[in-house]
Design a protein around this ligand. Structure first.
Ligand code: UD1
Length: 368
C-alpha cells in the first residue's frame, strides 16, 4: 500500500507523528511519504515539532506559506495535485481541520485517490469558523472517517455518512501526549521562566473571532490583566495575535522578561516545552481545539475563550468549561476554578495511546 501522509500547520504534527510510527511497524506492507504543505513555516511553528516528536523530515515540502484563505487553499491544491500525479498513492491521509487538510482531501478525491480523515466528525455548528467549513468539506468526501468519540460518530451519521466508512479509534493527539509526558515533565521550563509550579495560568489565543476585532481583544485583555494581578499569566503568542496586538497598539497590556505578576509574552514554544507549561499550570485559558483535549487528559482545568466547541466531550467528561470572550464571563470562570469548582476530569473512552495503531489496523484490513 502506497500512502501519502499530509501535514500543514502546527496542530497537525502531533497528530501525524503516531500514525507514521504505527505505519513503520509494517515496512513490507506500507510505503509512505510525508508531505508538508508549508502552511506553517517558522522554526517555532513547524520545525521544532519534527525534532521534539522524533518525526522524519518531510519527503516533500510544498512551501505554500501564508495568504488569504482562497490563495492558500488554491496554492496547496495546485502543488499537491502534481505530487499525487507523480507518486500515484493508493491513499492520502489528512488530519485535523486546517486549510491544508481540506485542500489535499479535495485534490486527492478528484484524482480518484482514496482519502482518510483522522479526527473526523467534530462540529462546532459555527459556520463563521474557517475550520468548520474545512471539517464539513473534508468529511463529506472521505472514504475513511476516523473519529475520536461517539459524539463525532453520531454527527457523521446524522449527516448521512455511511456507517461502514466511520471508525471510532480514539485520539491520536493523546497518543502523542501519553508518549511524551514523562520527558516533557522533566524539562526545566518553569525554572527557566521563573514560575512557581501550580501558581500561574497558561494562555493561548489566536482565533480570528478573538483577535481580529480590536474591541473584542481589548475586552479579553482587560479581564486577563485583572486575573494576572493575583495569578501570573504566561502567553506563548501566536504570530497572527502578535501582529494584531502591534497593529492595534495594545503592547502595554503585556510584559516581557521576569515579572511576578502580569501577562508575560513568550515566543511560541515547542511541543515538549509547551506540554510542560500546561502540566504545571493552575489553569489553562485558550481558544485552541487540541488544548481542550490535552488538559482533559492531564487533569488541568481549562477555560475555553469561545462560545462553542467542536469538542463537547471535554466539557461533559473532561476539565473544560466554555467562557466565551466577554470580560465578566471570563472572570466568573476563573474564580470558579480558583474556588475549587473543577469539573469531573474523566478521560474519554479510547483516549489511551493506541489510536494510531487502530487506524493502521483498519487500513491494512480494508485496503490490502
Ligand atoms: C491555522 C489554522 C487553525 C489552527 C492554527 C494553529 C486554518 C484555517 N487555521 O490558523 O485552525 O488552530 O493554524 O496555529 O487553517 N504565520 C507566521 N508563521 C507561520 C505561520 C503563520 O508568521 O509559520 C502568520 C502569518 O502572518 C499568517 C498568520 O500567521 O498570515 C496566520 O497563519 P495561517 O496558517 O493562515 O492561520 P492560523 O491563524 O495559524
Amino acid at each position: 500500500m502506497k500512502v501519502i501522509n499530509v501535514v500543514g500547520a502546527r496542530p497537525n504534527f502531533m497528530k501525524m507523528a503516531p500514525i507514521i510510527e504505527a505505519m513503520n511497524r509494517y515496512p513490507d506492507q506500507i510505503r509512505h511519504l510525508l508531505v508538508h504543505t508549508g502552511q506553517h513555516y517558522d522554526e517555532n511553528m513547524s520545525k521544532v515539532f519534527f525534532s521534539d516528536l522524533g518525526m522524519p523530515r518531510p519527503d516533500i515540502d510544498l512551501e505554500v506559506g501564508s495568504g488569504s484563505h482562497a490563495e492558500q487553499t488554491a496554492k496547496v491544491m495546485m502543488a499537491f495535485e502534481k505530487v499525487c500525479e507523480k507518486h500515484t498513492p493508493d491513499l492520502v491521509i489528512v488530519v485535523g481541520d486546517v486549510n491544508s487538510t481540506m485542500a489535499c482531501a479535495i485534490t486527492a478525491k478528484k484524482l480518484g485517490i482514496k482519502v482518510a480523515h483522522v479526527e473526523a466528525g467534530l462540529r462546532s455548528r459555527d459556520m463563521s469558523m474557517p475550520e468548520e467549513i474545512n471539517r464539513l468539506c473534508t468529511d463529506v468526501l472521505c472514504d475513511f472517517l476516523f473519529t475520536t468519540d461517539s459524539m463525532a460518530t453520531e454527527n457523521l451519521l446524522q449527516e448521512g455518512i455511511a456507517r461502514e466508512k466511520i471508525h471510532f479509534v480514539g485520539n491520536v493527539m493523546i497518543d502523542t501526549l501519553l508518549r511524551h509526558r514523562t520527558l516533557a515533565s522533566a524539562l526545566p521550563v518553569t525554572e527557566r521562566l521563573g514560575l512557581e509550579p501550580g501558581s500561574y495560568a497558561c494562555l493561548t489565543m489566536h482565533r480570528p473571532s478573538n483577535v481580529d476585532d480590536r474591541d473584542t481583544l481589548v475586552g479579553i485583555l482587560e479581564a486577563l490583566v485583572e486575573i494576572a494581578r493575583d495569578l501570573p499569566i504566561v502567553f506563548p503568542i501566536h504570530p497572527r495575535t502578535l501582529d494584531k496586538v502591534q497593529r492595534f497598539g495594545l503592547e502595554h497590556y503585556f510584559c516581557r522578561g521576569e515579572h511576578v505578576r502580569g501577562i508575560w509574552i513568550t515566543d511560541p514554544l515547542g511541543y515538549l516545552e509547551f506540554i510542560h507549561l500546561t502540566m504545571y499550570a493552575r489553569m489553562v485559558l485558550t481558544d485552541s481545539g487540541g488544548l481542550q483535549e490535552e488538559t482533559t487528559v492531564l487533569g488541568i482545568p481549562c477555560i475555553t475563550l469561545r462560545h462553542n466547541t467542536e469538542r463537547p466531550i471535554t466539557c461533559l467528561q473532561g476539565t473544560n468549561r466554555l467562557a466565551g470572550n466577554k470580560r465578566e464571563a471570563i472572570l466568573d470562570a476563573v474564580h470558579a476554578v480558583l474556588n475549587g469548582e473543577t469539573p469531573s476530569g474523566l478521560v474519554p473512552e479510547l483516549w489511551d495511546g493506541e489510536a494510531a495503531i487502530r487506524i493502521v489496523d483498519v487500513l491494512l484490513a480494508e485496503l490490502d
